[in-house]
Design a protein around this ligand. Sequence first.
Ligand SMILES: [Mg+2]
Length: 384
Amino acid sequence: MHILRKGVLQQPPSQLPGREQENARKVTSIDIYDVKLAATAATQWNPVVVRINTDEGIYGLGEVALAYGVGAPAGLGMVKHLAERFLIGADPFRAEQLWDEMYRRTFWAQGGGPVVFGGMSAIDEALWDIKGKALGVPVYELLGGKVRDRIFAYATGNDTDWQLELGFKAVKLACPYGPADGLWGLDENEKLVAKTRELVGDQVEIMLDCYMAFDVEYTVRLAERLRPYQLRWIEEYLIPEDLDGHMAVRRRLPWQTLATGEHMYTPWPFRQLIVRGAVDILQPDIFWVGGLTACRRIAQMADAAGLTVILHGGGLHPFGQHLTVAMPNMPWAEFFIASPPGVPLEEMRRIPGTRLPVDGWLTVNDGPGFGMDIPEEWLEPFEG
Ligand SMILES: [Mg+2]
């Protein structure tokens, strides 16, 4: 079986199933300064589906989801580059070997980061999709089979009322203020969490996402303020490269469950978090970290260390749903509520084959592959 050169197609972003801007105020990694950005990364999110064709007529689908001004064109260019360099004439069943080839022959020349690993992720997903389709089985079977019949989904977004109405039993808030907002911001953050705890009661979990906006001191101060509200976890309080900072937070907050990982690339940074005991929950993004192959390697390392993995955005698409249902240490999935309050989840734009949460629980489609079926009219040749 050979992958043909003519294989990279894209769906116009405007027609994509995807995520809308979240209106709630939330901190970002620049909020150590007293400068409020007009747009957060979420507004620049521009996911694109790519299709890899094989000479046997089977095709695989992957998603390029790049933000931060890098955008889909750079990601698609990388997919095209990697496909031309590594996939023509290759055996698509050898996803693990192709992952290592792409990584070992690319990272030193192209640099790491979201473009290279975003491109690799899309190709890796497409290879798993091809294999499942060729064998006529869902990807979760290729991974060892289901370890659970349904996945506990948590809702991300600050419309907690609506999330409760939808039946979610765990909600994640975007933290609105950071160090530059001083004591007033600290008060406001506490008010939000206090109000949310009052609203949801004691049988619903609350998490707080800090989107790389804090330093060690602020993280500790805020966590201590919020301790009475019993947060399930605090997420991404520091920039990802600051491993020493993560260790300092760990030492100063031994009682707080800590989570991070969505902006880390390849399994190696996760190994550092694991062996140093920096956090409790690892959150790789399947579209950024290096695809399903990288996520599985991370999950298995974490499993041996007794740690939990919860994919960033893993409930939003068949890629994350198939992986989560098959990994023993992935008990939950994140589901970002992209539709406004009152609009049923069914009206969200999404990739066909994506199961939606019902009363806060997700199931997974039965394939083959990732079980997605992109309408032909969504596809157009990529000329880049
Ligand atoms: Mg996050």
